[in-house]
Design a protein. Structure first.
Length: 484
């Protein structure tokens, strides 16, 4: 059975409206008025980019959304996309002191979107221009994803000339190509790319380092290089039938939704998604919204082991997605050369590993299989481009987590190629830290300030909780360490 579009354009438009619609002005004022404006705000510590949350919320409450956007974007140049895709429930909102009082935490993400949308819709420029006197140093950034954009923007603000090299036709990385369409449209990401360019950053798209330009040439032309290449292709299942035409990478499926009209996206009536991380959740939910009669996730472990956030899981179930836990694929079946089913086997844990239960096989009919079992580390590419770089046991670039500097002094790294795969906001934060590391390396000046505002080091304010929570909540920490 060949795949085809299943729903008309008007139905798809309804299905892919914003998951969290923007707050109306009065709603934003009321929500901002609930904030306690904690002096030692744990929500700031929970943000990897150190946005001064109470400060921007106070500006919204006083009727100054443009000022709020300035506070946000100064700390996080991708504040508009992070407002939509960050797991705020387990980051800033999860740290909100109102949660300790059994009250609804401040809807920080929605307020952040309100402020950043305001300046976009009114075409307001709220960031100060780069320094008039430039440093004279040129830095190359490989990869125009969140880490590369965050690094480039910070470097530009520090007075350096920055050129980003990106192999894709458009900059933005996963923000442009890999976020569920109902969470964020690619136009939001591309507007942020334009914002980075407005700081004087040059972005060259369609350029592959190692093919179109050599590393040797980059090292000749630039004083330092930031490596933000992200992760590679989807991990293979290594089972029979994997190369059938209707077996696709989940990220490729999501990217197609971002690059083609929704009414032209082919989808199966019965869609199987392998894996249970947040990408798998995005894929299975979008399959349902594209019109699949049945879309289900297959996961070899139990519900409590999935790396997807619980709120994402609940949302997928609400959209009609189904979950087959303790099940593993052993073969993708075909009829006349096309996917017709998935042979599964029950699993149980043996010494922490999911092992098959003998004699428990069964077949689930499907006509599209999406792989979401993680992405491969780019070890081979990194070793080809940068033979002197140290790659750690996880397959990522070994580097100083505070400065981004690698064992090769002029090479810096951040984002997924350095952390193995985390959130957009983590990538931006790591890019910022690396920018200050590069600045210190080039100028001999001390490293820049920590990501979190220095006011958190002062004494406790009257409205503060007095307790600074860890940067990642317990739920996020657990999700990061769960098996795929």
């Amino acid at each position: 059975m060949s795949l085809s579009p299943l729903l008309p354009a008007d139905a798809l438009a309804r299905n892919f409206t914003d998951l969290k619609p923007p707050l109306r002005p009065q709603e934003a004022l009321v929500e901002a008025g609930r904030c306690l404006y904690c002096f030692d705000a744990p929500c700031i510590m929970a943000c990897p980019t150190g946005i001064d949350v109470p400060a921007f919320i106070r500006k919204i409450a006083s009727g100054n959304p443009a000022g709020a956007a300035q506070t946000i974007l100064t700390a996080n140049i991708l504040g508009a996309s992070c407002a939509r895709v960050c797991p705020t429930e387990v980051l800033c909102e999860g740290a909100c002191v109102l949660g300790d009082r059994d009250e609804q935490p401040i809807r920080i993400g929605r307020l952040q979107r309100y402020a950043t949308d305001f300046v976009t819709e009114h075409n307001l420029s709220v960031l100060p221009p780069p320094p008039a006197v430039q440093s004279g140093h040129r830095i190359a950034v490989i990869g125009a994803g969140p880490a590369g954009l965050g690094c480039a923007a910070e470097l530009a603000r520090l007075g350096h000339r920055v050129t980003i090299l990106e192999k894709q036709p458009h900059a933005g990385g996963l923000n442009t190509y890999g976020i569920a369409y109902y969470k964020m449209k690619p136009q939001v990401s591309l507007a942020e790319v334009a914002l980075v360019q407005s700081l004087g950053v040059e972005i060259r798209t369609g350029v592959t380092v190692g093919r179109d330009v050599s590393v040797a040439q980059l090292e000749k032309d630039f004083a330092a290089i930031f490596i933000g290449v992200g992760l590679g292709a989807a991990t293979r299942l290594r089972i029979p039938g994997e190369d059938l035409p209707e077996v696709r990478d989940a990220l490729e499926f999501i990217a197609q939704i971002h690059t083609e009209p929704l009414e032209k996206i082919p989808v199966g009536r019965r869609v199987a998604v392998i894996g249970c991380g947040n990408t798998a959740i995005d894929a299975v939910t979008q399959a349902k919204r594209l019109g699949a009669d049945r879309a289900f996730i297959v996961y070899r472990r139990d519900e409590g082991d999935m790396s997807a956030y619980n709120f994402e899981y609940e949302h997928a179930k609400h959209d009609g997605a189904q979950f087959l836990f303790k099940a593993a694929p052993v073969e993708i079946l075909a009829t006349e050369g096309h996917v017709s089913g998935l042979r599964l086997v029950l699993t149980h844990l043996v010494n922490g590993r999911a092992e098959p239960v003998l004699g428990s096989e069964w077949i689930e009919p499907c006509d599209l299989v999406l792989k979401a079992v993680g992405q491969e580390k780019q070890v081979r590419l990194l070793k080809e481009l940068f033979p002197a770089l140290a790659i750690d046991a996880r397959g990522v670039i070994a580097h100083d987590p505070l400065s981004g500097q690698t064992g090769v002094p002029h090479l810096f790294a951040g984002g997924d190629c350095g952390n193995g795969g985390r959130e957009v906001v983590n990538a931006v934060g790591e890019g910022k830290k690396a920018a200050h590391g590069i600045h210190a390396f080039l100028t001999g000046s001390p490293a820049g300030p920590p990501v979190q505002p220095s006011r958190l080091g002062a004494k406790q304010g009257a409205s503060g909780s007095g307790l600074l929570r860890p940067i990642r909540s317990r739920e996020l920490e657990a999700a990061m360490n769960k098996p795929v």
